[in-house]
Write a protein that binds this ligand. Structure first.
Ligand SMILES: *Cc1c(COP(=O)(O)O)cnc(C)c1O
Length: 385
């Protein structure tokens, strides 16, 4: 694009991310790239588009820079950004050659689970929900010849149980299927699913990647830049117009500059909160992969880069009403849905997820932000007292 990059030195992915690709604007020398808001591009007199930018639904340089950062973070070959995480995920399912069978986890992001359970059938997809914490259960759910995609989410909302990415990648390969990983909660700081054998990595970039609760976005990163699934997802994005706007692309690019420092701090604070409340008399269970009594702590140590995430859940003694009342007494923690932002959030998930949810009624989900650890601990201790 005529912009100068740091060619002499192949920067680490953290540096690439901090510098928002590191490109310097060729025309002005700007360190922060301009926001390209044009919807269309001029054709040459010979009728060609030598810069290959044609129309805004497919081509936007601001969005492409954000895609380049995510591709680099995930170690993939190509990324597509969408208007939300749901748009990214659903576009991938709609990109499958149909009819197709897919395997999905029993415990997963509820809105996508609802779509798979209620809508996917009318789009030519049949879905088997399996216990994705157990590779054997995933293998049993596969229908050789018919299964086109295995979808996992690790650690999974809101119980923070893990799936073994490398084991699921083997199962997918044996079945001639592809593996897609919703890596929203892990972020590329902790886990790079493609290095473990995944074909596609999905993020709700609304969460940690942007990190400031002010952009809805979703991404799909493909291990291969030459795959029918990539072509299909790109076509669904274009025809359905499920695109990210340039202003959101610019905000996302800015948000991602601080991804590593944010996530590392959020993980450390979450780990300290988890162990602080691990034996609190008002809590029956703390669900956090970093605790030694988490059933998959060993896998978490292998798969999460030595950190254990900024998300945790707690089961409050006294049941659903006690959990809701505890959340009501919090003031530093804000009662709101979503996760991965710089402000700490708490949510009673069962109220959100409704019938059919595997979420226990006494569970509160916590998204740890960047506030002082003591403020968060004191607020929760007072609410539990
Ligand atoms: C939020 C979320 C989604 C959906 O993303 P949106 O950007 O809200 O559409 C999908 N998966 C996970 C794990 C999420 O947390």
């Amino acid at each position: 694009m005529g912009n100068r990059r740091n060619d002499r030195h192949t920067a680490s992915r953290e540096t690439f991310c901090v510098q928002g690709t590191g490109a310097i604007d060729a025309e002005t020398g700007a360190i922060v790239p301009p926001v390209h808001i044009t919807t269309t591009y001029e054709r040459e007199p010979d009728n060609s588009y030598p810069k290959s930018f044609v129309y805004g639904r497919a081509d936007n340089a601001t969005v492409r820079s954000a895609e380049d950062v995510i591709t680099n973070l995930e170690g993939g070959e190509t990324t597509l950004l969408f208007g939300s995480g749901m748009a990214a995920a659903v576009s991938l399912f709609l990109a499958l050659p149909r009819p197709a069978h897919v395997v999905a986890p029993r415990v997963m992001y509820w809105s996508l689970r609802n779509w798979l359970a209620t809508d996917a059938g009318s789009h030519g997809l049949s879905v088997t929900f399996a216990d994705a914490t157990q590779p054997d259960a995933v293998r049993k759910a596969v229908r050789p010849g018919a299964t086109k995609l295995i979808w996992i989410e690790t650690p999974s909302n809101p119980l923070w149980s893990l799936s073994d990415i490398a084991a699921c990648a083997d199962i997918a390969r044996d079945a001639g299927a592809q593996l897609a990983v919703d890596s929203t909660a892990c972020t590329p700081v902790l886990t790079q699913p493609i290095a473990l054998g995944a074909d596609v990595v999905m993020h709700s970039a609304t969460k940690y990647l942007n990190g400031h609760s002010d952009v809805l976005a979703g991404s799909l990163t493909f291990a291969s830049g030459q795959s029918p699934l990539l072509d299909g997802a790109s076509s669904v994005r274009g025809t359905h117009g499920a695109i990210l706007g340039p202003f959101e692309g610019a905000l996302l690019l800015r948000g991602m500059r601080t991804l590593f420092v944010r996530v590392e701090r959020q993980c450390r604070t979450a780990a300290n909160i988890a162990s602080h409340f691990g034996s609190h008399p008002g809590i029956s269970e703390v669900l956090y992969p970093g605790l030694v009594n988490h059933p998959q702590h060993e896998l978490a140590k292998l798969q999460m880069g030595g950190l254990f995430g900024g998300m945790l859940s707690m089961r409050i003694k006294g049941g659903q009403q006690a959990a809701i009342d505890t959340a009501a007494r919090l003031s530093v923690w804000k009662r709101a849905t979503s996760l991965g932002g710089i402000e700490s959030l708490v949510e009673h998930r069962a109220s959100v997820e409704g019938a059919g949810s595997p979420c226990p009624p006494d569970l509160l989900r916590f998204s740890v932000g960047l506030e002082t650890q003591d403020d968060l601990i004191d607020d929760l201790a007072e609410a539990l007292a």
